[in-house]
Write a protein that binds this ligand. Sequence first.
Ligand code: PHE
Length: 371
Amino acid sequence: KLEAALAAIAGAQDGDALEAERIAALGKQGWVSALLKTLGGMSPDQRQAEGPRIQALRASVAGAIESRKGELEKAALEQQLASEVQDLTLPAPAAPRGSVHPVSQVMDELAEIFADMGFAVATGPEIEDDWHNFTALNMPESHPARAMHDTFYFPREGAEENSHPASNIGDTPPNGDAVGANTRMLLRTHTSPVQIRSMVAHGAPLRIIAPGRVYRSDSDATHTPMFHQVEGLVIDRGIHLGHLKWTLETFLKAFFERDDIVLRLRPSYFPFTEPSVEVDVGWQDVNANGARRRVLGGDGDAPGHGWMELLGSGMVNARVLEFAGLDPEQWQGFAFGVGVDRLAMLKYGMDDLRAFFDGDGRWLAHYGFGA
Ligand code: PHE
């Protein structure tokens, strides 16, 4: 009986068959259990002789079940490993690849172009104080130009949420305690405060560009509440408008990779430059693969051509030099500010500013950015 049982256990092909054998032998009604029960009706002498024999038999059946169970589990595991094996020689599926965003790409291009002209890259905080963003740029509290900036203000510490922002005007430079009671904080509305920070930190002469994010409470097809500018600033002795025009021409020819870029300088107004100059660039319609396309280049006054407003600039206002601690009798300079998103749209033929900030990989891919 034992030999038959051990053979059946060893031959069990799966967990269920093995369990059936266990019940047949060791279960309540099993034959080994029945043998054990007979011990109760034996004389002490008989029990002494039969007890160890029956216990040994029970142990060998239980041991056989355990070892068969181990074998079955091992076989199951091996089968699973064999079926789940990875073929490492197969080509990997293409993973989606990220790319440099056009805005970052343009900022890199600008840094490179201006580095060739001796400009360093400067940065400043996006959370700026009123003094650097406005006052030191010759926009005192009552200046109407402030209203044009649609500024995001932070509520003054301890003040009521909607207290009039002018109650906390930045009429003096913040002294160390930048978020103190006299300093109204805001999201910078342009990169021009980096002009002030650079002059204060490094004095003159100076040749910097300052790329970065700026914020205005404005949103439609051509405006997003956050956008990007690059500021340019040159301070030296004897700087004049001719330097500004040459620098912008050289930069735009390199950026748009065309020698026929023509600029038109128009008188304009910014509180921090005097004189101020609005710069237009000439465009023309060309036939590209049967489609008419507007490209930059050529004299905007020629027939079929036109002018596009591109950037603001001018000679640094003497008052701004004074705010930044420079002597206007010794130092002159020019400054300009240009929208980076705008430059990217013009260079890469993109037409919706808002798409820049949607993070849609298909849009980027359409314009040749990334896979
Ligand atoms: N800061 C101006 C703006 O955001 C641009 C500008 C910069 C104009 C420097 C003149 C000189 O509109």
